[in-house]
Design a binder for this molecule. Structure first.
Ligand code: XMP
Length: 512
């Protein structure tokens, strides 16, 4: 049994980020509802408690309060933001509404003798988001740090090991945040830091088994990182009770279907149902040129095909999805956030309700980099775990204008050459995305003694952190030259290769 840190959740959007930081320190944590009784925590043998932030004010009538006995368990407690105010409020200090909401960065001045902030520089930039502030500390507490806005930006009770922080150490905008959390876990709670993703895997497998029992699960496998890791994890847990459905919509890259079949069917020996539906997709897309309409047709047809396939499988109880934690945040985020729009194209959002299936999201707590570590524990290869993002509508949004089998095939060949050369030159894993786009524009060329009148292909190679902004990659000329001459020589129907040198914004990464 690993040492456990309890995170009491008061509704902060960062609660899962706290859990993630704790995992980063190789410590096991469990998120509990804020009202969990102290005796439950005691039974779980926890070695420390973190009170999360939250949107409420401790001064409000219906403020969510923890069981007061958690302060009597004899384990260290760290309150973050709302958690700090709770501590001050419940242990005899005073909190008052601040005239100004403090939101964003501030400079934290670390005072002497702080156990929690031990080893940190005297001044650090931290990130805040709070309305109320502590104006009097409870008895026995000392001030550990201050900001311009507050004399009690960090407080601690050295004897009882209670600590409060006004800022959010868990967010990446807070400098040294991870060191603060590490101090709490290792120096103060005595955690050994021997927990790892292998333990997470074991535990996830047990949880999935307990939840699924002997029921059946279906998963739409796209071959991307998230659905591949979800598939491997579920397969490890429930074996043949899982069926994966891979839809070949005719908009895939060269050999994509074959490599998914090879990996999951032959290697992992999964129940994989490959549905060849390219004719259906192309017939539905006939005459469609508007980009938004294309996406909608592709999305609708996918649901239709998926739905029909599942119906033929007999009784199924769960629909599994490779939703990650950032998807969860994005899907509840402010309207108009382009990130959440992107996801809505891709995932099969309305499906579980329509199909009357229970939803299973085994990666829901994890961040992308953690999913990769988990995937590697499960034996997935680097090519899958570090694959570049590929949009749900696939080559459908990379062949401009109407989609025809011929244009798609031209693009597929050109794209395969581009990817091959990116890998050969060691550039593939250094960039965010690299792909070819087919332009239905014909221009004049000359090949041998003959005049040609053929289409153009654009190379789109970008670097990015999160796809929200992107820039074109300054690729070496030699690599570009090899790609260009190979495409023109080897792909019939292309006599011109262009390079896209637009950044996002104002351009987008994809062309449609
Ligand atoms: P844009 O073109 O908007 O793309 O700059 C940003 C990122 O999102 C990907 N993308 C999609 N992903 N379904 C997806 O799953 C889609 O419909 C979709 N459209 C764009 C794109 O490849 C890039 O990584």
């Amino acid at each position: 049994m690993h040492q456990t840190i309890a995170v009491l959740d008061f509704g902060s959007q960062y609660t899962q980020v706290i859990a993630r930081r704790i995992r980063e320190c190789n410590v096991y944590s469990k998120i509990y509802h804020y009202s969990t009784k102290a005796k439950v925590l005691k039974k779980d043998n926890i070695c420390g408690i973190i009170l999360s932030g939250g949107p409420s004010s401790v001064l409000a009538k219906k403020a969510p309060l923890p069981d007061a006995d958690i302060f009597k368990l004899g384990v260290p407690v760290l309150g973050i933001c709302y958690g700090l105010q709770l501590m001050a409020h419940m242990l005899g200090g005073k909190v008052e509404p601040s005239k100004q909401r403090e939101y964003g960065h501030s400079s934290l001045e670390v005072l002497d003798q702080s156990e929690l902030l031990n080893g940190l520089p005297a001044k650090i930039r931290v990130w805040n988001s709070h309305g109320d502030k502590v104006i009097k500390m409870p008895r026995g507490f000392i001030a550990a740090a201050r900001t311009q806005n507050s004399d009690f930006a960090a407080i601690e009770h050295p004897k009882k090991k209670f600590f409060g922080l006004q800022f959010h150490p868990e967010v990446s905008h807070s400098e040294q945040g991870i060191n603060v959390i590490r101090n709490f876990l290792q120096q103060i709670c005595g955690c050994e830091g021997d927990w790892s993703m292998a333990d997470y895997l074991k535990q996830s497998v047990e949880e999935i088994r307990a939840k699924v029992g002997d029921q059946k699960v279906i998963l739409g496998l796209s071959g991307g990182v998230d659905s591949s890791v979800a598939a491997a994890l579920l397969h490890e847990a429930i074996g043949d009770q899982l069926t994966c459905v891979f839809v070949d919509n005719g908009l895939l890259r060269k050999n994509e279907r074959e490599s998914v079949e090879n990996l999951f069917k032959r290697n992992f020996k999964m129940n994989l149902k490959v549905v060849r539906a390219s004719r259906l997709f192309l017939s539905k897309l006939k005459g469609v040129t508007d980009p938004e309409k294309k996406r909608k047709v592709i999305g609708r047809t996918f649901i239709e095909v998926f739905d029909n396939t599942v119906k033929k499988l007999g009784k199924v109880d769960f629909l599994a999805q490779g939703t990650l934690y950032p998807d969860v945040i994005e899907s509840v985020s402010i309207e108009g956030n382009p990130a959440s729009l992107i996801k809505s194209h891709h995932n099969v959002g309305g499906l579980p309700k329509r199909m009357k299936l229970k939803l299973l999201e085994p990666l829901r707590e994890l961040f992308k980099d953690e999913v990769r570590v988990l995937g590697s524990e499960l034996g997935l290869p680097k090519e899958v775990l570090w694959r570049q993002p590929f949009p749900g509508p696939g080559l459908g949004v990379r062949v401009l204008g109407e989609l025809t089998a011929k244009n798609l095939s031209v693009l597929r060949e050109a794209d395969a050459i581009l990817l091959e050369e990116m890998k050969r030159s060691d550039w593939y894993y250094k960039v965010w995305q690299s792909f070819a786009v087919f332009l239905p524009v014909r221009s004049v060329g000359v090949m041998g003694d003959e005049r040609t009148y053929d289409n153009a292909v654009v190379l789109r190679i970008v670097e990015s952190q999160d796809a929200m902004t992107a820039d074109w990659v300054r690729m070496p000329y030699e690599v570009l030259q090899t790609i260009s001459s190979r495409i023109i020589n080897e792909v019939k129907g292309v006599n011109r290769v262009c390079l896209d040198i637009s950044s996002k914004p104002p351009a987008t990464i994809e062309w449609e």
